[in-house]
Structures are given as C-alpha cells and as structure tokens.
Design a protein. Structure first.
Length: 204
C-alpha cells in the first residue's frame, strides 16, 4: 500500500472519529512505521479541521443561524438542541480515546481564551507555549503550526498545535456573546485564530 493510499484512508471520517485502522499496527505505541509523528499528526489535523469546518458551517450555522429550525446549546440533551461545535469535537475526541487504535494518539481543542474554565487548568507548559504561538498575531507562527515535545508520565510525546479558525458566524458569535467571556478576550471575526487543535503522539 503506497503512502497516498494510506493517508487517504486516514482522512476518512466515520461518525465523528477517524479511520486509522488501515495504518500499520505499532502495538499501540508510536506512529506508524515509515512515518514521523509530525507527518501523522498533520494528516490527522487535515481530517479534524475539515470535519470541524463542515459541522460548524454546514450543520450548525445553516440550521441555527440561517434557517432557524433548531438551536445549539451547551445543555444540548436537556434542550433538545445541537451540540456546539466545540462539544462535537470533544465528543469525537472522547470516542477516539475509548477506541482500540493501531497506535497511540490523542487530540483536543484548546484556547488561550477558554469559555470552559476547566480547560484552562489542563494546559501543560508546552501547550501554553504552542497556543500562544499560533494565536498571537505578533508571532511568526500565527495561523501556522507549532511543534515540540513534552514528557508525561515518563513518556516523551510529540506535540503538534495547529490553528483553529473561526469558519462560521456560529463560531465567533457564540464566543463573543458567551456569558463566560472575560473582558480581556478578543472580539473574534471570520478567519481569526480562536485557539488550537492539539495532537499528541508518543515518540518512544
């Protein structure tokens, strides 16, 4: 199986999770043989970014903002509403965490300006540095990737942080109008970097 075929399979989205089962098994440890952790992370990012954009713009924005047929709400079960885009992303990440995978990896959506204050407590120094790099307009990494590594639980991880942009009014209006928004948070508009997609893959 050539590289193009493998990466193509990697990018297939299945019910909010991503088809990586066709990659070479590595015993649940590091990235597939023949590919660096960064290459695998970038392929995952393309799938995650695309899925997030489709959900935010073609589902939430269309049904909530344009057609007004349903609401999106943090308490989506109680309110019979759609999940917010960030919640949809987190649900997918939790499904991946619980699934059997051919190699270990994880991902999350983080921001320098979190609306869920619990997320602010989960940032490691590497994630804080990477988020600032990709979301600060004064940074050379603004809107680009930031890569590094960190040690967690005695294991060294590749850490890739990639920009998460405001792709639809449902994204930036929710953040700008949210009751948990702090006064120092920026007023977001289309294409602004609102945070980062954090991908971790063990290096050993």
């Amino acid at each position: 199986m050539n590289k193009q075929t493998i990466i193509g399979l990697l990018l297939v989205v299945v019910t909010g999770t991503f088809a990586v089962g066709s990659l070479t098994s590595c015993g649940g440890s590091a990235a597939p043989t023949g590919y660096t952790a960064e290459q695998v992370a970038e392929a995952l990012y393309v799938a995650l970014k695309s899925d997030r954009k489709v959900y935010a713009s073609k589902i939430v924005n269309r049904l909530v903002k344009e057609e007004g047929v349903i609401k999106a709400h943090e308490e989506w079960k109680e309110n019979k509403a759609l999940l917010l885009p960030a919640q949809f992303f987190r649900e997918g990440a939790e499904e991946v965490d619980a699934a059997e995978k051919p190699f270990e990896y994880s991902y999350s959506l983080q921001s320098t300006w979190p609306l869920n204050y619990e997320n602010a407590k989960k940032k490691t120094p590497a994630v804080e540095e990477g988020l600032k790099a990709v979301s600060d307009p004064a940074s050379e990494f603004y809107g680009k990737k930031w890569v590094g590594e960190e040690e967690l639980g005695g294991k060294t991880y590749f850490v890739g942080i990639y920009p998460d942009r405001a792709v639809a009014p449902a994204c930036w209006q929710c953040h700008n109008d949210h009751e948990n928004r702090k006064p120092e948070y920026p007023e977001f508009k289309k294409n602004d970097v609102m945070g980062g997609i954090v991908i971790r893959i063990p290096k050993n």
